[in-house]
Design a binder for this molecule. Structure first.
Ligand SMILES: [Mg+2]
Length: 267
């Protein structure tokens, strides 16, 4: 994929790369997509696995808590669930029209010089559809997704032969670092899930919790929405040690640039 970064890596920022979760990070958890997702998982448990409807929701919660996802739990318990079939129901039936184009996010991403990478537990088809709906599908250099973390699942002789790998497992974090070849100390990892943030911190990434205003222990930053990135982490654009002392004009210009990113498009 070709990034729509503003320019070459000429910034003096402490970050070389930005690693973004997708769902509930690049778009709000209030879209209603999350509710539809839960319903679709319940439908899958009923339609494809034969569980009674009144047990589906509690089973979904139980599988998520114990295994990280219903797909991971079902396969671990020996259900021969095909990942593509699962995603075709759980993601394929989502009301994607609820994800609206976000020109402010596009503007923000385009203004950064860093490598930008998506790191999501979702499948690639869902990632591409959601990014297209947001209008930012050309703003990323790479996507690390379900298929990247689980390349051999379809070749398993038994459903539990290869456990499903997802964030926040240490394996998932190692796969992301290996596939992207980022330097974790110079990479900002943004995610809405506190356990994912903790897993990111454990492998040396700089971390930003999205969708919350209060930091957790492992979060270096917290922001209500990803569109507040310039305000919360101006170092993405500005080296904090630059201009200390005399270079007021450059600093003012940079602050103006950040202000323009923060201003909603059309405002
Ligand atoms: Mg998320």
């Amino acid at each position: 994929m070709e990034s729509c970064s503003k320019s070459a890596r000429e910034s003096s920022s402490p970050f070389d790369s930005l690693l973004f979760d997708l769902d509930d990070t690049l778009y709000s958890s209030k879209t209603g997509i999350g509710e539809s997702l839960k319903k679709n998982i319940d439908d899958f448990l009923v339609e494809r696995c034969g569980f009674p409807l009144d047990k589906a929701s509690s089973l979904r919660v139980e599988l998520f808590k114990k295994y990280g996802s219903s797909l991971a739990g079902l396969r671990a318990l020996g259900y021969d669930v095909d990942a593509d079939d699962y995603h075709s129901v759980v993601h394929g039936r989502l009301p994607y029209h609820l994800i609206k184009p976000d020109p402010q996010l596009r503007n923000l991403l385009r203004s950064t010089a860093q490598r930008k990478i998506i790191f999501t537990n979702s499948d690639r088809t869902h990632a591409m559809r959601a990014l297209k709906r947001l209008g930012v599908e050309d703003c990323f250099d790479q996507i690390v997704c379900f298929e990247t973390m689980n390349p051999n699942l379809s070749e398993a002789a038994r459903p539990d032969e290869f456990p499903v790998v997802l964030k926040p497992s240490p394996e998932a974090m190692q796969i992301a670092l290996r596939e992207t070849r980022v330097d974790p100390r110079r990479t900002l990892f943004l995610d809405d899930n506190v356990r994912n943030i903790a897993a990111g911190k454990a492998v040396g990434l700089r971390t930003a919790l999205v969708g919350k205003t209060v930091k957790t222990k492992e979060a270096d930053y917290a922001m209500d929405t990803v569109n507040n990135l310039p305000k919360v982490v101006p170092e993405v654009w500005v080296n904090p040690t630059d201009g200390a002392g005399s270079d007021q004009i450059i600093n003012t210009a940079r602050n103006n640039e950040i202000d323009s990113i923060l201003t909603p498009v059309g405002a």
